[in-house]
Design a protein around this ligand. Structure first.
Ligand SMILES: [Zn+2]
Length: 217
């Protein structure tokens, strides 16, 4: 079974859900940079303190620091058998830094899974999301509906669609994602480790595609 993966895909592709499922299937941790950042900040490590400065001032965490903290995370004992990097790397520079790091520890990537999804499908999925205009609580009309339609369970205020979840914003976001990610996909394709999955399918179907790539069945 393959055990070292990168999962790539735009918001709404269901990548996070699949990373969690694959993590259980393959028996390796799913790691998202957002999660590592939060953990490092909470533990107040030296790198955590640096990251906190960027995050609290709303700035992007620089590549070097991100690479260093991902490297640190991948060196921890629970990654001994493997890992699933969820949404990292996002650029060619980061991909090469990751490769260098993994080459040094003699455990190159086994596979890169790209969750390719149609814009219409993302719009349908995101179209189910609602947020409370007052307290910010989030809902999903299908998987996590409010008790009373259109009202927040917590404070009773009206639920609204976030501007980011409107079709125009989604379409724009997908375009930007594709544009910034295409060099990365090409890089992994040339290495012969890229698998493109049809992420427009159901969660069950996509997880079967993932299992097939991981060699789990
Ligand atoms: Zn509310």
């Amino acid at each position: 079974m393959k055990t070292r993966f990168v999962f790539l895909g735009p918001p709404g592709a269901g990548k996070g859900t699949q990373a969690a499922l694959a993590s259980a299937l393959v028996g390796v941790p799913a790691i998202a940079t957002g999660g590592i950042f939060r953990e490092a900040i909470a533990r107040e490590t030296a790198m955590g303190k640096q990251i906190a400065q960027f995050v609290t001032s709303g700035l992007l965490v620089p590549d070097k620091l991100t690479n260093a903290i991902v490297g640190e995370r991948l060196s921890s004992p629970d990654c001994g058998k493997g890992f699933i990097l969820d949404g990292y790397p996002r650029s060619l520079v980061k991909a090469k830094a990751l490769d260098d790091f993994l080459r040094e520890s003699q455990r190159p990537l086994d596979g890169v899974l790209y969750f390719k999804v149609e814009a219409a499908v993302v719009m349908e999925r995101m179209g189910q999301r609602r947020i409370c205009g007052q307290c910010g609580a989030t809902y999903n009309l299908v998987s996590q509906p409010p008790q009373e339609a259109g009202r927040c369970d917590k404070c009773g205020a009206s639920l609204i669609v976030r501007s980011d979840d409107r079709p125009e914003a989604i379409s724009k976001r997908l375009d930007v994602y594709e544009e910034t990610t295409s060099p990365l996909l090409k890089y992994y394709e040339e290495k012969g480790i890229l698998s493109v999955l049809n992420a427009s399918a159901s969660v069950e179907d996509v997880s079967r595609q993932v299992a097939a790539v991981c060699g789990a069945r």
